[in-house]
Design a protein around this ligand. Structure first.
Ligand code: DHE
Length: 560
């Protein structure tokens, strides 16, 4: 038989096998009306896609396809899927969560919504549409052109100490004056803004919504406001700017979850310049249709961005010195890259490969992988925390969602006085006892304290508290501060998760968000870092679901 005919027959057999598998799945899957499907799709996007992926192939969360099968390296096949789990088991998992790290949704979704979602995920996922350069360009709006913007700062705010605060469920960002603690402006942004990042000059704040809407805020205006906007995709989490000498404020880059791609824009207008797809092979050599862009950071030592691709485990160094002829270095690390931060020297970027329980360290000077460090279950550093350990020298810390420790990894240093610590470099030198469910750790070069939240802990008391260690003597018992109680806010049904410690520019205060229910008035509690006493509770009827807080100076200079 001719080769092409054999190929045709094989293809026909494959298509018909796929067809019959889909037909079987479709036959078994619970039916949904068009309206139910639309409702479920919206909930899936808002609450589930981040961890499980749009195509439901799994990342931080499990694979949620109706039916999957995989082969291990010895050729043994395992099968599973949501159809096998069935309606009752799925309702329990969604409602009460699992020990594997899935949070409980019984205080977020109604019983009916949990039942609906259990039915929805037994159906084959729809593949969402692509999003082209033209569509990106068509969505671009300049609200205040560059020549109509102020030429100097028009307000009396100490801009270095402004906090850009995500009001998650209202689709807004609050700009809070860190000196007076007054809310100076609340700006409308994309849905559930994920992070704020600063231009190299500290003048512009870039905020990215989960819906892919990127907003550019000019802090020099009398009342800081959005001056440009663009939609870079349907689902997004990351943004950064060009920070290398000579490129300050020139470009911005934003990463999209769906479609899996990143967009390079002009820094002061957000005019799209280039879209680059991240589809390709995983570090295991398998094609992945949905390699999402996780954290992005701008190098200070080269005109490059470090772009971490979640599903493939590939770390890209994108050289922006000539964006027409874009050069990219691809560094294989480990799968499901998520968040990360610089070491103290800002030469090495450490990123959590969270589902592989590893931290990958990239040397941005040589453009190579410096280390792949095994750590406890599900590392989640935020940006991590750098300090000098009394016994092991410079270390970078990460918390864990899935383990009861904060891990300290020794990092290299050019300083001669640290030469004696070289033998520890890239080793886990200590695990400090904490609790699981830790999202963010933080310190500041002027502080003697290390702060860690436990926002996703299943115990309400722990989720509403933070822990603080004395870095000079980590054997001393940690202080546990119940932020919800310290706030003096009335008790509410929903847990008020104490999340994301952030320092003031001078390193003297630590701000913690109380992330309550989606209609509850909440607060930011400001602690004095030296005494661990409450200094101020910032609250307002518009303070709904505050989560990430980004101090202008610390974010601009990557201080943590
Ligand atoms: Fe985040 C950082 C992705 C859920 C608050 N989060 C990041 C980064 C990524 C990411 C890729 C790194 C961005 C960078 O540095 O460029 N986050 C995801 C998810 O996929 C996930 C697990 C699920 C989702 O649906 O989004 C998720 N994140 C959350 C939350 O539920 C949090 C706690 C509250 C919220 O506002 O949504 C949350 N993520 C944050 C914060 C940062 C962050 C505050 C920035 C930390 C910093 O100090 O820079």
């Amino acid at each position: 038989m001719k080769k092409s005919v054999v190929g045709m027959l094989a293809l026909t057999a494959m298509v018909s096998a796929m067809g019959s598998a889909f037909a079987q799945d479709a036959a078994k899957a619970p039916e949904l009306t068009a309206a139910e499907k639309e409702q479920a799709k919206k909930i899936y996007f808002e609450r589930c896609a981040g961890c499980h992926g749009v195509l439901r192939k799994g990342a931080t969360g499990k694979n949620l396809e109706p039916h999957w099968s995989k082969k291990d390296k010895d050729g043994n096949v395992t099968e599973g899927g949501t159809l096998k789990l069935g309606q009752n088991r799925l309702e329990k998992i969604i409602g009460y969560g699992t020990d594997g790290g899935m949070v409980n949704f019984d205080d977020i979704l109604t019983k009916e919504e949990i039942s609906l979602m259990s039915k929805y995920i037994q159906n084959t996922p729809d593949v969402p549409p692509e999003y082209s350069f033209k569509e990106t360009l068509d969505s671009w709006k300049v609200i205040v052109p560059v020549d109509k913007r102020p030429t100097k700062q028009m307000n009396n705010i100490n801009l270095k100490n402004v906090f850009s605060v995500t009001l998650r469920d209202t689709g807004e960002v609050a700009l809070i004056d860190g000196d007076t603690k007054e809310i100076r402006s609340i700006v409308k942004t994309g849905y559930a803004v994920h992070i704020s990042r600063l231009s190299a000059s500290g003048r512009y704040v870039y905020v990215i919504g989960r819906d892919g809407r990127l907003s550019l805020i000019d802090l020099w205006m009398e009342k800081p406001a959005v001056v440009a906007e663009v939609k870079i995709g349907f689902d997004a989490r990351s943004v950064d700017t060009s920070k290398f000498k000579g490129f300050e404020d020139k470009y911005a880059i934003a990463g999209s979850y769906w479609p899996p791609q990143y967009v390079i824009m002009d820094g002061d207008t957000l005019k799209p310049r280039k879209v680059v797809s991240t589809r390709g092979m995983t570090v295991d050599g398998e094609y992945h249709p949905e390699p999402r862009v996780a954290s992005i950071v701008a190098s200070f030592i080269k005109p490059e961005w470090v772009v971490n691709i979640k599903e493939t485990g590939q770390i890209l160094l994108v050289d922006y010195s000539d964006i027409e002829n874009l050069k990219t270095t691809t560094i294989a690390s480990a799968k499901f890259l998520h968040d990360g931060g610089w070491d103290a020297s800002k030469r090495y970027f450490l990123v959590a490969a969270n589902a592989s329980n590893k931290i990958a360290a990239v040397d941005t000077k040589t453009g190579k992988l410096a280390a792949l460090v095994d750590v406890a279950k599900i590392p989640h550093p935020g940006r991590g925390a750098n300090f000098v350990h009394p016994k092991f020298g410079p270390v970078w810390a990460t918390g864990h969602l899935g383990a009861d420790v904060v891990t300290l990894i020794s990092t290299p240093s050019d300083d001669k006085k640290n030469a004696k610590f070289k033998e520890y470099n890239w080793k886990v030198v200590q695990e400090i006892k904490h609790v699981p469910g830790n999202l963010f750790v933080k310190t500041h070069p002027k502080s003697k304290h290390l702060w860690a939240d436990s926002a996703q802990n299943s115990d309400k008391d722990r989720a509403e508290s933070v822990s603080v260690w004395d870095m000079a003597d980590l054997s001393k018992p940690k202080a546990i501060l119940n932020v919800a109680k310290d706030s003096g806010m009335p008790e509410a049904k929903a847990t008020k998760r104490a999340v994301h410690p952030e320092y003031s520019a001078d390193g003297k205060e630590v701000w913690i968000s109380l992330w309550g229910g989606k209609t509850d008035q909440s607060a930011i509690v400001v602690y004095d870092d030296a005494t661990l006493k409450v200094k101020k509770v910032i609250t307002d009827p518009k303070m709904i679901t505050p989560t990430g807080k980004f101090n202008v100076y610390n974010t601009q200079h990557d201080i943590y």
